[in-house]
Design a binder for this molecule. Structure first.
Ligand code: 5GP
Ligand code: ZN
Length: 125
């Protein structure tokens, strides 16, 4: 996709703080982190979002989760959350599939408060 930000990041046309990369996926730090650790895991292939995946995407969907799990282990996260924002109403701003991996807080209320604040500003998590 020509004008897709994450396709450009995948092709290294735009720099990112790279955490992991292989033939199929890439993981990099979110530019506006919600948590001490906030990483995005994307397929290199352009897929609009979870709302448009097909049966043929089964393998890549598994790979995104497995990659997030390995990164969380590597970063020794005690607890973390992974999520997709799906569609505009679901808070998706970038229409290239990406799994959010957030963690690194001392306790859960810290995260709940952050989300509340961001939603209060009219944003999404
Ligand atoms: P969405 O709301 O689409 O699920 O999440 C998009 C995420 O991409 C947001 O958390 C936002 O901070 C992040 N983001 C937007 N632009 C850039 C960028 O240029 N580089 C990086 N690393 N992250 C970005
Ligand atoms: Zn794309």
């Amino acid at each position: 996709m020509k004008d897709c930000l994450f396709c450009k990041i995948a092709k290294k046309e735009i720099p990112s703080d790279l955490i992991y990369e292989d033939k199929e996926v890439m993981a990099f730090d979110d530019i506006n982190p919600l948590a001490p650790v906030h990483i995005l895991v994307i397929p290199k292939e352009h897929i609009e979002g979870l709302q448009t995946v097909k049966d043929s995407h089964q393998e890549i969907l598994g790979k995104l989760l497995l990659t997030a799990s390995k990164i969380a282990k590597q970063k020794k996260l005690k607890g973390y959350r992974v999520f997709f924002n799906c569609g505009k109403i679901g808070g998706q701003a970038i229409f290239h599939l990406h799994l959010h991996l957030v963690g690194g807080w001392k306790d859960l209320p810290e995260f709940v408060e952050l989300v509340r604040r961001r939603l209060g500003e009219g944003g999404a998590i």
